[in-house]
Design a protein around this ligand. Sequence first.
Ligand SMILES: *Cc1c(COP(=O)(O)O)cnc(C)c1O
Length: 414
Amino acid sequence: SFAQEMDQNDELRKFRDRFLIPRSADGSEVIYFTGNSLGLQPNSVRGYVEQELDDWGNLGVEGHVHAKNPWLPYHEFLTQKMAAIIGAKPIETVVMNSLTVNLHLLLVSFYRPTAERHKVIVEKGAFPSDRYAIESQIRFHGFDPELSLIEVAPRPGESTLRTEDIIEMIEREGNSVATVLLGGVNYYTGQAFEMGQITAAGHKAGAFVGFDLAHAAGNIELNMHDWGVDFAAWCSYKYLNGGPGAVGGAFVHERHANCHDIPRFAGWWGHDKATRFLMGPEFVPLAGVEGWQISNPPILQMAALRASLEIFEEAGMSALVEKSRRLTGYLESLIMAIGDDRISIVTPTDQSQRGCQLSIRVQGGDRSLHDSIVASGVSADWREPDVIRVAPVPLYNSFTDVFRFAEVLRSQLH
Ligand SMILES: *Cc1c(COP(=O)(O)O)cnc(C)c1O
């Protein structure tokens, strides 16, 4: 009854009806706690994609200019909405490519090692793709990851990182650090890093600072501009509900907007749009992160993301974060109330150091526990060796979902 009352008083409750909720074989709605992996489909996506299919069918190439939403400037329709989500200015925000691709492109500009300054500081246990990208960048520049890749690890017996340890590592490595690159929210533990403080420490050491916002964008309050972060990249299929393979995003701080001599991999979509179609031989980048674009974007995917970002704009990040904290706090209290010694929560209890994901460690648990939870109508995520990750998403999850999940967990543990 508490959960039902919370749902009734929830001003964001109506947004659940804007999404397609998967169903179990028996027809009941799945408790969908994997929005941190693939966000659900907004009902409006189909119409947005059909609009572009119709315009393509009816107009052919003319659609670049005469489609209802012309394809030439299509990415611009998403800029403002995405900028609001990450706390940036439009000139600092662009929707393009996918996450790891954007990381590489940004590292071309913001990892430029020299004999003295060649190290990259990362978090231990970073998402594998980020690690592969960074290691390959280090090797590409002729350096050795054994010497140039520095990992900050949790203290013995702890699961998450302390900000003071990250800062201490940056200070200790000092002028050997070229770049600091952390996740905004660690995908495994759900820990949100103190990005403003880390950025300040990195800059003091003379390094560039970037964040991978895959698990942060659309999840926690972000202030990329005010924090002074140099660069960031993220994907749009997790909390941002842009659909499988959605177009990702990139941020470059305004202070670099007109640094036209900054090294980058160029393509025609990053060229000054006033003269792009003169097809001249000399590359003149657009001001800001738009100048990092390479190719013209996939309009059908952009249309799906546009539908989703309009929902974010309508709901507003601060209202979403507020509900998220209540929803996640409720989940945490119900899990603790199960009172099973085998269970611990890896994610920080401090609300300012997490988003809506809780990573639940079940000592001695194995995949069969996860499988039985899934068989009970829950979509959750299992990470070896013993962690279940669940994300009650404020746009479409309810307090009743949280209650039902806790009941499933309790019954499967006993
Ligand atoms: C989801 C995720 C990725 C996935 O990379 P893609 O390039 O989108 O396939 C990479 N890094 C992190 C931290 C992630 O959470």
